[in-house]
Design a protein around this ligand. Structure first.
Ligand code: HEM
Length: 403
């Protein structure tokens, strides 16, 4: 009757119809058993001038998947790449709207996209193997070597291809990863999967900035939508086929959480230049107030010149990029002498910009030269990708490159 709450109605359905059917009924109602909104049905449009997953608000989960082309060089490799991009376009368009992929071994798992996005990038090797060097964006090459780097090339290095798979539901991420890799299995070799997460959807307001695993508020200063056309999306001036694409730098940065734990909170704050409680600049105000790097307190700069934000801050209007990273927290692995460390955590640092050399490298070089945070952070993986222009309805990703 009308006195029944929505909650008891749903519980009644589940109770009467058995667990499996009840679960379906709950999902279809877009509310869970407690009456809270569910997000499994949320769809991010796949087709468009740009690929989704770059300026799209970050989801709770990500898999970055690095793959190499298995074909030999030349026409064969070009044919293989064209085939891969056809499969990925078709499957991603379907999966992101909650429809099973064409050859989907577990079609039931496709029903809850939960803002699934699939973003495809090409590494330098994809251009070399296919004989398309002349069409490679100028900035698509490995970053310079930095003294702070301890890169494990074999495990987390550059690959020919990248899939970035984001969703608020880790089951969806697992399924999309499985389908997209299995459906091109003969043409690629999987190199690595880097799994990352942010706060769960719904655990706090979407507008609240995430915290990284060092406990810092991370992501306060970033590009806004108004900057995308000038600083993120390529305009096709150098490579007409690439208009609407962008670049991605993916750095796997390990955190020494044991060492960090030994540092007193005040020193922790001085190393970043912001407070731990709310991420406000040490020069005062709230999280989103501008830091004042000239402010002196008791004869010392309120924000040390060596702090992460003082070093990372752009010195020219060009040195800016979009940060859209995720935390990682993987099972600890024994080190060389067999000791198992307590944690294996860090940041999957992802930066997107029109031109890596002009926008990203100056900042990275400055941080590599000096950054107080470097004492507890170590880059162990590094790769650069050309994120393909988007596919409009009826188009295939990369068709401007491959014809
Ligand atoms: C700002 C953490 C690596 C570039 C920040 C902030 C934190 C942070 C807490 C302040 C809040 C914010 O504005 O987001 C970290 C950690 C890193 C790391 C823990 C490694 C594990 C990097 C790298 C780069 C970078 C590799 C680029 C090469 C920036 C920039 C800002 C920033 C541009 C904004 C600076 C400004 O105020 O203008 N980072 N970061 N960070 N970081 Fe990082």
């Amino acid at each position: 009757g009308p006195a029944l709450s929505r909650r008891s109605l749903i519980a009644g359905v589940a109770g009467a119809a058995g667990l499996g059917v009840g679960a379906t009924a709950i999902a279809a109602r877009s509310t869970d058993a407690a009456g809270d909104a569910t997000h499994g049905g949320d769809v991010v449009e796949f087709h468009g001038v740009h690929q989704a997953g770059v300026t799209t608000p970050p989801t709770a989960h990500v898999n970055y998947v690095g793959l190499d082309l298995s074909a030999d060089r030349g026409p064969q490799a070009r044919e293989a790449l064209a085939g891969i991009l056809r499969v990925w376009t078709e499957d991603a368009a379907r999966l992101t709207r909650g429809t099973p992929a064409l050859a989907d071994s577990e079609p039931e798992l496709a029903r809850l996209p939960a803002r699934l996005t699939v973003t495809v990038g090409l590494g330098p090797g994809a251009f070399t193997a296919t004989g398309l060097e002349g069409r490679r964006p100028r900035w698509l090459h490995p970053l310079p070597a930095y003294p702070i780097d301890r890169l494990d090339e074999r495990r987390w290095g550059q690959t020919d291809l990248l899939l970035q798979i984001c969703s608020d539901d880790p089951v969806t991420v697992a399924h999309a990863t499985r389908v997209l890799t299995a459906n091109v299995a003969g043409r690629v070799r999987l190199r690595w999967v880097q799994r990352g997460f942010r706060n769960s959807r719904g655990s706090q307001d979407e507008k609240v900035t995430m915290r990284n695993l060092m406990g810092q508020v991370d992501g306060t200063v970033n590009l806004g939508p108004a900057d995308s056309d000038t600083l993120v999306w390529d305009d096709g001036a150098e490579q007409p086929w690439f208009a609407g694409g962008t670049s991605m730098v993916l750095r796997r940065i390990a955190m020494d959480l044991d060492g960090w734990q030994e540092v007193d909170p005040r020193s922790q704050e001085l190393s970043v230049g912001r407070t731990l409680t709310d991420g406000a600049p040490l020069s005062g105000g709230g999280e989103h107030d501008d830091p004042d790097f000239d402010k002196i307190v008791d004869g010392l700069p309120a924000i040390p010149a060596s702090s992460h934000i003082a070093r990372a801050r752009h010195r020219t209007p060009t040195e800016r990029f979009l940060r859209r990273g995720y935390n990682y927290d993987d099972p600890p692995e024994p080190d060389a002498d067999g000791t198992i460390p307590i944690s294996n955590s860090g940041l999957l640092f992802a930066a997107y910009q029109r031109d890596v050399d002009a926008q990203y490298v100056p900042v990275q070089a400055r941080l590599a030269e000096h950054d107080a945070l470097n004492q507890w952070t170590t880059p162990i993986g590094s790769a650069v990708y050309a994120v393909l222009p988007g596919a409009r309805r009826g188009e295939v990703l990369g068709q401007g490159l491959l014809g």
